[in-house]
Design a protein around this ligand. Structure first.
Ligand code: HEC
Ligand code: HEC
Ligand code: HEC
Ligand code: HEC
Ligand code: HEC
Ligand code: HEC
Length: 307
């Protein structure tokens, strides 16, 4: 109840600041004017209840517009859906509405449901997860992040020069991801630019191997699939067009295989016969964990290799 009241108050505040705000990076994120009142939608100078002078914790703050029952943003990241009329009130932002069909599946996946099914793995965003695979350690084991992961670990709510307001610094690592969809805002068709894998590598550095000699890389005791190469090195079919079994995988610019070719950044509902992350993660059902993979089991392998 207390939380509900807080959310109602917050939403009232957000609707007010919604009206008077210029947008550059999408929604209330960035493009602030010198005399903006936008800050007050998320911060309190003296009476904040959370660190960073936030009115609510980051998870709840983002959910107040992007959550499944919210109305402040069309992008419902909990259910991985674009709902084109959610922010149609006075002073709305409506980004993507012209280019993204109503009810389209979002590019990032979902944190609770995706494509109508409960997720089988998702990046944790409540600030409790600190162990990231291959973060300053070998692949297959986790290394501690400086701070627990939230939406703001990856996105800058104040806007950024990166695609989808991805942070310019993630986990202490400078990240540059080309803006390729700044004007159109299509949340339904993949169009990634340079640096896409680098954002994942900021927390999972040991997984980012781009060995220019064809072949997998051995280090830290294991081999890993190369990334950031053209899909066609082994005579593979184009995963964006071949539709092996009716399934497709997206590539980045110049037909490049990136982390997100196989993985979703938010969460996936792919079905796994065996846990995909090998060890399982705290709080997850190890047997069903899909390691954010886009397709059931090892469907991703077959889209390119067709063995
Ligand atoms: C949509 C919500 C939102 C709005 C609007 C917003 N902030 Fe923030 N702000 C946040 C969040 C979330 C954090 C915490 C980021 C983190 O955890 O890394 C934050 C952190 C900060 C910080 C400390 C970290 C940093 O990035 O330097 C400052 C300073 C700040 N905000 C100032 C402002 C000012 C000034 C405005 C108005 C121009 C503003 N914010 C508008 C959500 C918002
Ligand atoms: C691990 C990094 C990461 C975390 C954590 C994360 N995001 Fe994202 N998010 C991304 C990436 C990468 C994309 C771009 C996906 C694409 O275009 O294929 C994205 C896309 C989006 C989009 C655009 C719609 C879409 O799905 O493509 C929104 C809105 C969004 N994120 C909000 C959030 C919110 C709210 C949270 C917390 C509940 C969050 N993100 C947590 C990385 C992250
Ligand atoms: C006041 C409501 C509101 C709040 C609070 C809010 N957002 Fe948004 N956000 C929007 C709107 C509106 C858009 C434009 C797209 C849409 O309608 O969904 C947007 C767009 C985005 C995008 C896509 C940016 C792009 O380049 O297209 C990301 C990523 C995002 N928000 C992340 C966050 C994160 C992370 C938080 C919490 C720190 C947050 N938002 C809090 C309303 C909000
Ligand atoms: C801010 C740091 C951070 C970034 C950036 C990040 N991750 Fe993660 N990732 C984590 C943490 C922490 C975990 C373990 C806890 C969890 O599952 O949320 C994790 C877990 C995973 C898992 C295992 C999930 C499971 O449930 O089995 C995969 C796969 C993964 N990340 C891939 C990616 C990819 C691909 C990207 C880029 C789109 C990415 N990560 C970006 C921090 C990050
Ligand atoms: C998006 C397309 C794509 C997907 C998906 C993909 N591969 Fe590959 N794979 C390639 C390309 C291209 C190469 C050759 C590049 C290189 O030489 O590193 C390759 C190389 C390989 C190799 C040879 C490595 C070596 O040491 O020479 C193996 C084995 C392999 N892939 C297995 C897999 C498995 C298993 C999966 C599923 C987990 C998978 N691939 C998914 C494109 C893909
Ligand atoms: C060709 C498809 C493919 C690409 C590209 C890919 N992954 Fe994976 N990833 C997988 C599969 C399949 C798994 C499930 C475990 C396995 O088979 O090793 C996985 C598992 C993971 C895990 C969970 C921990 C583990 O080792 O099981 C993390 C973290 C991860 N990947 C991060 C990344 C990052 C970061 C990138 C880019 C640098 C990336 N992946 C690129 C297919 C891929």
């Amino acid at each position: 109840m207390k939380r509900l009241l807080l959310m109602t108050l917050l939403l009232t505040g957000l609707i007010l600041f919604n009206v008077s705000l210029a947008s550059a990076n999408g929604g209330p994120h960035g493009g602030f004017t010198p005399m903006t009142d936008a800050c007050a939608g998320c911060h309190r100078a003296h009476t904040a209840t959370n660190p960073n002078l936030l009115m609510v914790n980051t998870d709840a703050l983002c959910a107040s517009c992007h959550g499944s029952t919210a109305t402040g943003a069309n992008t419902n990241v909990d259910d991985g859906l674009y709902l084109s009329s959610r922010d149609d009130g006075a002073g709305d932002y409506d980004h993507g509405a012209a280019n993204t069909p109503d009810n389209a599946a979002l590019l990032g996946g979902g944190f609770v449901n995706y494509q109508g099914a409960a997720v089988t793995s998702a990046h944790s965003i409540d600030g409790t997860a600190t162990g990231a695979w291959g973060n300053g350690v070998n692949r297959g084991v986790t290394g501690a992040l400086a701070e627990g992961m939230t939406c703001a670990s990856c996105h800058d709510p104040h806007g950024s020069s990166n695609y989808r307001i991805l942070n310019e610094t993630i986990n202490g690592v400078a990240v540059t991801v080309a803006q390729v969809d700044e004007a159109a805002k299509d949340y339904d068709t993949e169009q990634w630019g340079a640096g896409t894998s680098a954002m994942c590598a900021a927390c999972h550095g040991a997984y980012h191997r781009t060995n220019p000699n064809q072949g997998s890389t051995l280090d830290g005791g294991t081999y890993t699939h190369r990334v950031d190469m053209p899909f066609s090195y082994m005579g593979n079919d184009n995963p964006e067009t071949i539709g092996f079994g009716g399934f497709f995988l997206p590539l980045a610019e110049t037909n490049t295989v990136v982390c997100m070719t196989c993985h979703l950044p938010h969460g996936s509902s792919a079905a796994m016969t065996f846990s995909a992350d090998g060890a399982g993660l705290p709080g997850e059902t190890a047997a069903a964990d899909s390691a954010l993979l886009r397709l059931d089991n090892r469907g991703v392998c077959e889209v390119c290799h067709q063995k």
